[in-house]
Design a binder for this molecule. Structure first.
Ligand SMILES: [Mg+2]
Length: 457
């Protein structure tokens, strides 16, 4: 939970373990060194809270406009009334001109401009699985110039999958996979599950195994047809006396370079094959990154995983910059650092470990397939798990903001243009009323156009 990674962290004597995490296998004897408010989880909750309260509430554009506009109009109306009284001496004309000024300037369409567009925009978003939490999201969607993305569960599926089997000469891939699956059949470890799933997927017959034993963090072994079979880290297999051929060693080095996890299968006296396992990319990730870049955003990957894995994934989807080996706090610090460099930053994540960064970012985008903690820390939630939704969410938010600005302009344009006419007493209050009504209708109609927003397919 704390790393956001799908592979468990190995813990041994003397290591620190974190509250709220799960011990997948083996026995742990732990000493509580920090409890209650001092635990890592409580600290994370505090980080989120601090980041959220520190966010300045951007004053609404309409509020800013009306704060200036309304007093000016009232003053203009009073001056109009007084001027007509003094220079024309007619109470009727003075009254008509002042009332027409107030009516034509009445910012009722202004009041509708933001809520109608927001209602239609967020409604359309909800239909498409893009949940916009509030109006401030729109402003931030426009100003952001950088997107920081979590790796596991965001760019990738977060599930380990066995991708390929490399068998030693004289052995078949099916035999290697079948034997590995037999040894791992009872294990809950994600790597073990990936092997068993792959064997089932390919309908490989899994032989009967007996006498299981596991060495937590290294591997497992069992007896199949009287022969002992071990499955685990290649280095561990070698330390157990199994021989790794130079052919397989070469393969192993190549796979490690590309950030894959490799499990070895050994029987007799040799390693008979390697199984390549990795957390795979979501289908749409590369396209989503390209779409984000086309929106003018620099993409950065922030992950707790190792540099080699992170770089391999980043290169395959075309991400601009990689920050690896980050703790949850490190992710939030990265956001602060990027903001200090002058960037307006959006963060996309799914895990509890992303929550502080999501709350710190100018725009926090949570994957709806992730944790509740991430969703409550985010401003925008993408309920469908794919990353294309992030680009759609930003596009929809920007479009909604554009509609609001268009509304504000038209709520004002001819009213403001007509104020001099009203002041000059040329504008009948009834005509002024009609113009006002028309601007309201216009604003509503303009907002409804957001219903036609199309997601990327
Ligand atoms: Mg994650």
């Amino acid at each position: 939970m704390m790393t956001g990674e799908s592979v468990p962290v190995e813990a041994t004597v003397g290591d620190s373990v974190l509250g709220g995490t799960i011990n997948t296998s083996g026995l742990l004897k732990v000493r509580a060194t920090r409890v209650g408010d001092d635990t890592e989880l409580a600290r994370m909750a505090k980080l989120v809270e601090r980041a959220q309260t520190g966010k300045s509430d951007a004053q609404r554009l309409a509020d800013r406009i009306s704060a200036v506009f309304v007093p000016i109009v009232i003053v203009v109306a009073i001056v109009t009334f007084a001027a007509w009284m003094i220079f024309a001496g007619s109470l009727t004309i003075a009254f008509q001109a002042a009332v027409a000024t107030l009516i034509i300037a009445c910012p009722c369409a202004l009041g509708l401009a933001t809520p109608t567009a927001l209602l239609v925009g967020t409604g359309r978003g909800a239909q498409l699985g893009l949940l916009i939490s509030g109006p401030e999201v729109l402003e931030h969607s426009r100003s952001i110039d950088m997107v920081v993305l979590d790796k596991t569960g965001t760019l990738t599926t977060g599930n380990m999958r066995a991708l390929a089997v490399h068998a030693e000469v004289g052995h078949s891939n099916d035999e290697v996979l079948g034997r590995a699956a037999a040894v791992e059949a009872g294990s809950e470890h994600p790597l073990a599950r990936a092997i068993v799933d792959k064997a089932r997927e390919e309908s490989i017959s899994i032989p009967q195994a007996t006498g299981f034993s596991t060495e937590a963090g290294f591997g497992a072994s069992a007896t199949i047809g009287g022969e002992s079979v071990a499955v685990g880290r290649p280095a561990w297999l070698e330390s157990q006396g199994f021989v790794l051929s130079s052919e397989l060693q070469k393969h192993l080095d190549e796979l490690h370079l590309t950030g894959n996890t490799v499990v070895g299968v050994a029987s007799g006296r040799t390693v008979v094959g390697l199984i390549q396992i990795a957390d795979t990319l979501k289908e749409s990730s590369a396209e989503a990154i390209a779409t984000l870049q086309s929106l003018g955003l620099t993409t950065v990957m922030a992950t707790g995983d190792h540099e080699s894995v992170a770089t391999a994934i980043a290169q395959s989807v075309g991400i601009d910059r990689v920050e690896a080996g980050l703790t949850p706090e490190g992710k939030a610090d990265l956001i602060v650092r990027l903001q200090a460099e002058g960037h307006q930053v959006a963060m996309v994540g799914d895990g509890i470990n992303d929550a502080p960064a999501l709350a710190t970012a100018n725009l926090g985008i949570a994957m709806g397939t992730g944790t509740d903690a991430a969703m409550s820390a985010g401003d925008l939630t993408i309920t469908r798990g794919d990353l294309i939704g992030v680009a759609d969410g930003i596009r929809l938010a920007r479009k909604t903001l554009g509609t609001i600005r268009g509304n504000l302009f038209w709520a004002f344009a001819y009213n403001v243009a007509a104020i001099p006419l009203a002041v000059a007493a040329v504008l009948n209050p009834v005509v002024a009323g009609l113009a006002m009504a028309f601007s309201s209708v216009f604003v509503v109609t303009n907002s409804l156009r957001l219903r036609s927003f199309r997601p990327t397919t």
